[in-house]
Design a protein around this ligand. Structure first.
Ligand code: AMP
Length: 176
């Protein structure tokens, strides 16, 4: 029987040179249209973090919402959206960071995380780690404790784990 990693890799579609030349874009829509496989991914992520007494999941716009919200539901904890600049309506904190293809800003509401809350940062993919590190920075600025990072997939050659050194990092499917 194929492992979850093998099934996930088989389901993900790689689009060369998107959105820029030289970027092999990992398209997870071909995974998410498969309900049974998506449930296995949610189960695996929830199982990994079940014993960590989490209070919140911070999911990164937009694909981190798709991955993170069902895991929060499974664990019975709250979900906090980390959004691109200008999308959140109430008082917020912001941070800017470098992407594999450009610069970006990220924001969360100031009342989304309380001091001492244990937080898992979730996104679809770990590349350079800039995005998830930014989400961790916002969480920590609110007094939250980042317990770890969860991804469906990871591009090992971009050394995102190095940027997240000192934290627990879990991904289901790794590309080198
Ligand atoms: P990074 O901040 O470099 O770790 O980039 C991770 C974020 O950018 C995630 O939200 C991904 O959805 C997106 N991303 C970066 N590189 C890729 C890629 N090659 N394929 C798909 N998504 C990517």
């Amino acid at each position: 029987m194929a492992t979850l990693e093998q099934d996930v890799k088989r389901a993900i579609r790689t689009i060369p040179d998107y959105p820029k030349k030289g970027i092999p874009f990992k398209d997870l829509t071909t995974l998410w249209k498969n309900g049974r496989l998506t449930r296995r991914v949610t189960d695996a992520l929830a199982k990994r973090w079940k014993g960590d007494k989490l209070d919140k999941i911070v999911g990164i716009e937009a694909r981190g919402f798709i991955v993170g919200a069902p895991v929060a539901d499974r664990l019975g904890i709250g979900f906090v959206p980390a959004r691109k600049v200008g999308k959140l309506p109430a008082a917020k904190v912001s941070v800017n960071y470098e992407l594999e293809y450009g610069r970006q800003g990220l924001e969360i509401h100031t009342d989304a995380i309380s001091k001492g809350e244990r937080v898992l940062v979730v996104d679809d993919l770990l590349a350079t780690g800039g995005t998830s590190k930014a989400a961790a920075t916002l969480t920590e600025r609110m007094g939250g404790k980042v317990v770890g990072f969860a991804f469906v997939t990871e591009l090992g050659r971009l050394k995102g784990r190095k940027k997240l050194a000192g934290y627990e990092v879990y991904s289901i499917a790794r590309y080198d």
